[in-house]
Each structure stands twice: as structure tokens, then as C-alpha cells.
Design a protein around this ligand. Structure first.
Ligand code: THU
Length: 133
């Protein structure tokens, strides 16, 4: 399913006063529930939360269990208000790997038709999934 229109509308909920870079994310669970997230920045910069992890954490809050995440959709908008692809950061890749049992598909949008698709294993090879803990 194509989530461009929902992502584009969601960008306006992003709070990014420091970078001016808005990110919207939609995650879909294996039972096809949909959860939204945006990036929320902080004046204490490292406390910023990414859109993808906010969406994932809402999914978990609403009942998604470890391994339930199937898809992560992402759209960025830069300070010049141009739509651009936002590739998930390393921390988000780790959380996506764990919450999808290393089986998520990630869709990075720049428009309704310009979409790059990856598996989480492509974006984070040799993921540490905690089996060794
Ligand atoms: N950001 C995300 O929310 N997701 C990404 O995929 C890339 C980066 C946010 C974090 C910060 O608010 C801003 O984009 C610039 O790094």
C-alpha cells in the first residue's frame, strides 16, 4: 500500500525547530494495524526523537508485540520545504530489526511514485537481536 498522502499530511505535525527537517513515519503491523510518528526535536539536541521510533513506540504502546512490525514508511521534508528521502538512522534500524524479528520492509518516499524499498537486513546487516543475551 502507498502511504504518501498520509505521510505528506503528517509532516505538518513534526516539531523540528532546530534542524528544519521534518520527518513522518507510518508503521504497519503484521495484522495490518497502522501507527504514525513524527520527529520531535529538543533544545537539548540528543533528546530528539526520530519519527520512526515514535511510530514504533506508539505501536508497542497500543499492543504490538516483539516481532509484529511488518513495514516502515518514511518521508522527509528539508528546510527548503522540498520533499526528500529520509533513510532511518542507525538507532532506528536497530529498533526496527528487533520489533520486526529482523523481517521488516522499509519504504523511503520522495513523492507518490519515487519510493525506494529495502529490507531491514539490507539496511542493518548482522543485526544484534539479543539472542546472545
Ligand atoms: N530524523 C528522523 O526523524 N528520521 C530519519 O530517518 C532521519 C532523521 C530526524 C531527527 C532530527 O529531528 C532531524 O531528522 C534531523 O536529523
Amino acid at each position: 500500500m502507498n502511504y504518501f498522502k498520509e505521510l505528506n499530511a503528517l509532516l505538518d505535525m513534526s516539531s523540528a525547530p532546530y534542524s528544519g527537517f521534518n520527518v513522518a513515519s507510518i508503521v504497519v503491523t503484521k495484522d495490518n494495524k497502522v501507527f504514525k510518528g513524527v520527529n520531535v526535536e529538543s533544545a537539548a539536541y540528543p533528546t530528539t526523537n526520530c519519527a520512526e521510533r515514535n511510530a514504533l513506540q506508539t505501536a508497542v504502546t497500543e499492543g504490538a508485540k516483539l516481532g509484529d512490525i511488518k513495514e516502515v514508511h518514511v518521508l522527509g521534508r528539508n528546510a527548503q520545504k522540498l520533499l526528500v528521502k529520509a533513510y532511518p538512522c542507525g538507532s532506528c534500524r536497530q529498533v526496527i530489526a528487533e520489533q520486526s524479528a529482523n523481517d521488516a520492509h522499509i519504504f523511503c518516499y520522495a513523492s507518490e511514485t519515487d519510493i525506494e524499498q529495502f529490507t531491514i537486513a539490507e539496511l542493518l546487516p548482522h543485526a544484534f537481536l539479543g539472542a546472545e543475551l
